[in-house]
Design a protein around this ligand. Structure first.
Ligand SMILES: Cc1ncc(C[n+]2csc(CCOP(=O)(O)OP(=O)(O)O)c2C)c(N)n1
Ligand SMILES: [Mg+2]
Length: 438
């Protein structure tokens, strides 16, 4: 499986007169492929000798480029239609007593957050929105699903009779387990792009709905709060258990770091979350928020810092990138580009001593091969990497040290790397307890 959708644009035949048009065309093609397919686009530009341009043409290109950059405002085609659900769909919605809204990740060109909130509101439905779904904080939003939905009895108790899905394929284990158990439940997918995001093949009806569209819900009848109350009770119970576990564990774990970041980061910041355990941990230990960015669909641990820099530039918002130790090392040459972020930029490295995600696999018990071939802990001095790039550096090794992590923009003059050295055994034990005891 390729990690990225690669679009190769062959510019071999470029001729001087048409170069500008061809480059413009290739750029448009790359942007539209990237937005539609939700991945990276790769442009291959071969040059003929003598390679270098003349000083005169270089000066001209430079001044045009600088002018365009200063005037550039990203635009996207906004489709604005009124979408009226068919009678069949209205009947399904109106006959449901237990409707559940589920939103998987979606980038900002595909997130139907308005319609998801509108339906949850009208139907008094619980709303599960994974990190990266770009759904804002909302009172009916389920916070601790990644904790309690791992439990089969709870999944049975909370079984919906109608699922209203938004965004891409969910990725948290709890949601994958739930969608598998509930694959026979009638499922409507309000989809902004024409891709097949349905691992369980459980979607019964796809409804083409773009972010600018208005969903007409006049034919839908409101419901009572009975079903929502069941979810709220499970949520409250799990919140208490989580709080308890975090307080009782004395060493610093990944969970403590995610919980702290969620509590202290305000909504004006982007939170770019690396792949591997971090997106799952932000769901398990953090709070739902609109500003979380994930690279799901790609799922590679490459290019994480680069993506965060791109997000900072595109949104002009201060950005915090939370990244595992291996993913950090994988993209450490991106530190060269952090000066282009243009906004306050913090990297939080969760150093749990390698790829802890592999502890969830049976191979964890093969003691002679696990560490050297799977977890692969590294012995690199991250402080030296930070200093070599002129970054500020802080290290947190204990729970009390977490108060060092603050997001006061006025105090962040230069990029900062905060390395959190966490206890891998205690962290994994806490995850397992939360999954099993809820
Ligand atoms: C480019 C790439 N190489 C390898 C992998 C396989 N892989 C998935 S998770 C992981 C370990 C990541 O370790 P770390 O960033 O420390 O995160 P942790 O598992 O500790 O949360 C690896 C190597 C991948 N997903 N992408
Ligand atoms: Mg790690």
């Amino acid at each position: 499986m390729p990690y990225f959708f690669m679009k190769w644009v062959n510019l071999q035949m470029l001729h001087a007169i048409v170069i500008e048009d061809r480059i413009r065309f290739a750029a448009r093609q790359a942007v539209s492929e990237s937005v539609d397919k939700g991945g990276a686009a790769h442009l291959n530009l071969p040059f003929r000798k003598p390679l270098g341009p003349s000083q005169e043409s270089l000066n001209q290109v430079k001044s045009e480029f600088e002018q365009q950059i200063s005037e550039f405002t990203p635009s996207q085609p906004v489709r604005t239609r009124s979408v009226s659900p068919s009678k069949e769909i209205s009947d399904l919605v109106n006959s449901s007593g237990r409707p559940l809204v589920i939103a998987g990740p979606a980038n900002r060109h595909h997130s139907n957050s308005t319609a998801a909130l509108q339906l949850a509101d009208l139907l008094h439905a619980p709303l599960i929105a994974e990190p990266g779904s770009r759904i804002p904080h909302y009172r009916q939003r389920v916070r601790r699903f990644e904790q309690f939905l791992r439990n089969k009895t709870v999944r049975h108790r909370l079984r919906p009779d109608l699922i209203l899905r938004f965004g891409d394929q969910p990725f948290t284990k709890s949601m994958l387990m739930a969608l598998k158990d509930w694959s026979d439940v009638t499922t409507l997918h309000f989809d902004a792009r024409n891709s097949w995001q349905d691992h369980e093949m459980s979607v019964d009806v796809k409804i083409d709905l773009a972010p600018g569209d208005t969903l007409i819900t006049d034919a839908f009848e409101p419901k009572t709060d009975d079903y929502l109350d069941l979810w709220s009770a499970a949520d409250a119970d799990s919140s208490n258990k989580l709080q308890n576990k975090l307080e009782r564990e004395s060493s610093l774990t990944d969970g403590h770091v995610f919980h702290h970041i969620s509590n202290s980061l305000n909504a004006s910041w982007n939170l770019m979350v690396s792949n591997s355990l971090p997106p799952r941990d932000v769901a398990l230990f953090g709070h739902p928020a609109e500003n979380i960015i994930v690279n799901r669909g790609a799922a590679g641990i490459d290019g994480i810092i680069s993506t965060a820099i791109g997000a900072a530039r595109a949104t002009k918002a201060p950005t915090c990138c939370v990244v595992g130790d291996l993913a950090f090392l994988h993209d450490s040459n991106a530190l060269l580009s952090v000066r282009h972020a243009g906004t306050p930029f913090i990297i939080i490295v969760i150093n749990n001593g390698g790829g802890n995600i592999f502890r969830m696999l049976p191979v964890y018990h093969q003691t002679d091969t696990y560490q050297p071939y799977f977890e692969t802990p590294q012995d690199v001095d991250i402080e030296h990497i930070a200093k070599a790039h002129g970054f500020r550096y802080k290290q947190v090794q204990e729970k009390v040290g977490l108060r060092e992590i603050s997001f006061d923009e006025s105090r962040i003059e230069k990029p900062l790397i905060i390395e959190c050295i966490t206890n891998a055994d205690a962290g994994m034990a806490m995850r397992k307890q939360l999954w099993n005891e809820s």
